[in-house]
Write a protein of this length. Structure first.
Length: 289
């Protein structure tokens, strides 16, 4: 009969240490829950492990949130204003007054179950903070010596600072990679694209869309031969100037739409393709992307 000295907090089985800081048995060593335990407490056989069940339940709830609710690390990373911790506090106090999300996500239960949910959300917030710190550290290291920009596109000729640059037709993958790279470089000190929540990116996008609509308004005035007075570079008194401004704001809006999609873990190409094809199917049109 084997004499075990320690109890595994995940399965409750006995084991003997085979390496330093071992706190789970060999069978549970590679489980995701084992990583969450870190260098925790080892329960000696004969000791009353009163907190093991509670810890197991919190880890299991965290796993359920990831697997069943699809709250992946990418999903959690968008909550940069403490929403995860705030939600945990609401469950811990059973008080929804500061609930940060839609009410359909507020699902209180027994006091113990609420505390388990709170513990899992706190764990999610700690993991998010650790990921953000790592990203900021990596971005700071990368931005200290910016690599020379190499345009991967070769094809048609466009003018850039009075220099002809050969470029190919733009595709969504190149837009995503280059756009995200510039955004993370631009905002490196605050954590790149994740330094803004989705609300800020949406406001920025709508700002550019609003500028486009304003330029269209000026174009209407030009075409209708109405008085159209502005100051400085906002003077759009010809059709050519108005269309040039509209072109600029369409580009700005598209760039922000791609950043919004990136911030949410979406692909702009997939968004456009899906809605276009669904609409064609709905109306019986043959065109597909």
């Amino acid at each position: 009969m084997t004499l075990y000295h320690y109890l595994c907090p995940l399965c409750g089985g006995g084991f003997n240490m085979t390496y330093t800081n071992q706190i789970v048995c060999g069978s549970c060593r590679n489980k995701p829950e084992a990583k969450a335990l870190g260098d925790g407490h080892m329960f000696v056989v004969g000791e009353r492990p009163s907190g093991v069940k509670a810890l197991q339940d919190v880890i299991a709830e965290r796993k359920r949130q990831i697997d069943a609710e699809c709250w992946s690390s990418d999903h959690d990373d968008q909550y940069v204003n403490g929403e995860l911790a705030q939600a945990a506090a609401c469950y811990a106090a059973c008080d929804p007054n500061r609930w940060p999300w839609p009410w359909k996500w507020w699902k209180p239960n027994t006091i113990r179950r609420n505390l388990v949910k709170a513990g899992a959300l706190i764990l999610a917030e700690i993991e998010r903070i650790d990921r953000q710190a790592k990203k900021e550290k990596d971005m700071t290291a990368q931005s200290s010596v910016p690599p020379p920009f190499e345009n991967p596109l070769v094809g048609a000729s466009v003018a850039e600072d009075n220099v002809n640059v050969k470029v190919a037709p733009l595709d969504f993958e190149v837009l995503r990679q280059t756009n995200l790279s510039r955004c993370n470089r631009w905002m490196a000190k605050k954590g790149g694209i994740n330094s803004w929540d989705i609300n800020r990116w949406a406001v920025a996008c709508l700002g550019e869309a609003g500028e486009m609509c304003n330029a269209i308004k000026k174009l209407n005035r030009v075409e209708d031969e109405y008085l159209n007075i502005n100051e400085g570079d906002r003077q759009l008194d010809t059709k050519e100037k108005a269309i040039a401004k509209i072109k600029q704001e369409i580009g700005d809006t598209a760039v922000y739409l791609d950043l919004i999609a990136s911030r949410l873990g979406l692909n702009l190409e997939d968004c456009i393709r899906e809605v276009f094809n669904n609409k064609s199917q709905e109306y019986g049109f043959p065109e597909r992307l």
